[in-house]
Write a protein that binds this ligand. Structure first.
Ligand SMILES: [Zn+2]
Ligand SMILES: [Zn+2]
Length: 431
């Protein structure tokens, strides 16, 4: 089997891995980069024409992948619904089937519907966790993983007697920690190649809390003051939303999500699970309708996505009058709506990676909160594996060869195992 990592041997995100046999060619992940020339990529780059994106390397030179070539891949297999793993699907040839889990497809579809990402047709084939499927002569078993993206997968890939394991993005300290243990138990030992993510190897001074511990800390913060609590996190980080929902519930406060987050929870809940979502079943979850987003839903997206939560609607007046009793998920684009709720002297909890916090837009949002008496706090834990969990994985699976991926510091892997081989982007190797 021939392996080519087009991007990710020395950077976080933008993952693209080709696996090829004599008769079958697949791409694992089709990620949009988070970095360009070692600096965080500018949002405007995505608007450039394809010729420029190819020149810049945002689109690596991959024969037979793109819509303007003759398609020569048998499949693209996507590990999870983070843009750095699926953001290039937009450019992929529409004849290439795209395999993904139900949860991943749902999150991508919600993102498209709400114009978080561009809209393009998806030729998807659904796989089920732990159920092997074949593409030509390649057999793939997906494993549900613990990650900040819902329904994320690792893959065990077999061709005749050769096995490659790709961890995707994972962690062992989230709400699905048990899935990480199950993966370690069931995945093949002594695989010929382990492609392991190593995001945290370059961030070893970051505190790694268990998601349960984070929930308890959130509970303490909420309980410490009779005042409004605003939380900024990702609307698609379901583990985190559940942590703050549970913390609010412990403190008998109303948990408020905006209508976009409400739709994310609603759509995922339809897949058959026990996720909390705005409904008669969860009386303390209410839905807030930010003005501009609501206009867009009625004018462009479809009014049913607003109307489905009519019975759970919470008005600005209600929030204002009951402000000491709310825990509300917010983001900077809701600044004007929050201002008109006239919240005072509360706590703002930033629950994302600190690296995202420096933009002017974010800073202005936080300054406006401080001006109304808000105290700023930070409470976050990574979506990625701690060094000890990467060691645990390697010790348990004992792969013959390890190639680091999704890391800025691949050389740090050498401190964990003697079987590490660093590779270069775009250079094919055999296993
Ligand atoms: Zn990633
Ligand atoms: Zn991810």
């Amino acid at each position: 089997m021939k392996v080519t990592i087009y991007r990710g041997t020395k950077e976080i995100g933008g993952t693209l891995i080709e696996l090829a046999t004599a008769s079958t060619r697949i791409l694992i992940d089709a990620g949009y980069p988070l970095f360009l020339k070692n600096a965080p990529i500018n949002d405007d780059i995505a608007k450039l024409p394809k010729e420029r994106l190819l020149e810049l390397g945002v689109l690596p030179n991959i024969r037979g992948l793109y819509s303007w070539d003759a398609a020569s891949f048998d499949a693209i297999v996507v590990s999870h619904a983070h843009i750095d793993h699926y953001g290039l699907l937009k450019y992929a040839h529409p004849d290439i089937p795209v395999y993904m889990s139900d949860g991943t497809r749902t999150l991508i579809e919600v993102s498209q519907r709400f114009r978080i990402v561009d809209t393009y047709p998806l030729n998807t084939v659904q796989f089920r966790m732990y159920e092997p499927f074949t593409i030509g002569e390649i057999c793939i078993t997906p494993y549900l993983m613990d990650h900040s993206a819902f329904d994320a997968a690792a893959f065990e890939i077999r061709v005749e007697e050769k096995t490659v394991i790709y961890t995707g993005d994972f962690r062992g300290h989230g709400r699905k920690a048990v899935c990480f243990d199950r993966f370690i138990d069931r995945a093949k030992e002594h695989a010929d190649l382990l492609l392991s993510e190593g995001t945290m190897l370059g961030r070893q001074n970051e505190v790694v809390l268990m998601e349960d511990e984070l929930e308890l800390k959130a509970t303490d913060i909420i309980r410490s003051k009779d005042a409004p609590v605003l939380v900024q996190s990702s609307s698609q980080n379901i583990d985190r939303i559940v942590s703050f929902f549970r913390a609010a519930q412990r403190c008998r406060k109303t948990f408020v999500v905006d209508v976009y987050t409400a739709n994310v929870l609603y759509e995922l809940r339809q897949l058959g699970n026990r996720l909390p979502y705005p409904s008669p079943e969860f009386k303390n979850i209410k839905v807030f309708y930010p003005y501009r987003l609501t206009q867009r839903i009625f004018n462009e997206i479809g009014e049913e996505y607003a109307k489905r939560f009519s019975a759970q609607h919470i008005s600005k007046t209600h929030i204002k009058q009951n402000q000491n009793n709310i825990v509300m998920m917010v983001r900077p684009s809701m600044r004007k709506d929050i201002e008109s709720c006239e919240l005072r002297n509360g706590t703002f909890i930033y629950s994302l990676w600190q690296g995202y916090r420096q933009s002017d837009y974010q800073q202005q949002f936080e300054e406006a909160l401080v001006a109304t008496g808000f105290e700023l706090k930070e409470l976050h834990t990574s979506g990625h594996a701690s060094v000890s969990d990467i060691k645990k994985l390697i010790n348990a699976l004992q792969p013959k060869k390890i190639v680091p991926i999704h890391t800025m510091t691949p050389d740090e892997f050498s401190n964990i195992s003697a079987c590490v081989e660093q590779k270069e982007d775009g250079v094919t190797f055999d296993i």
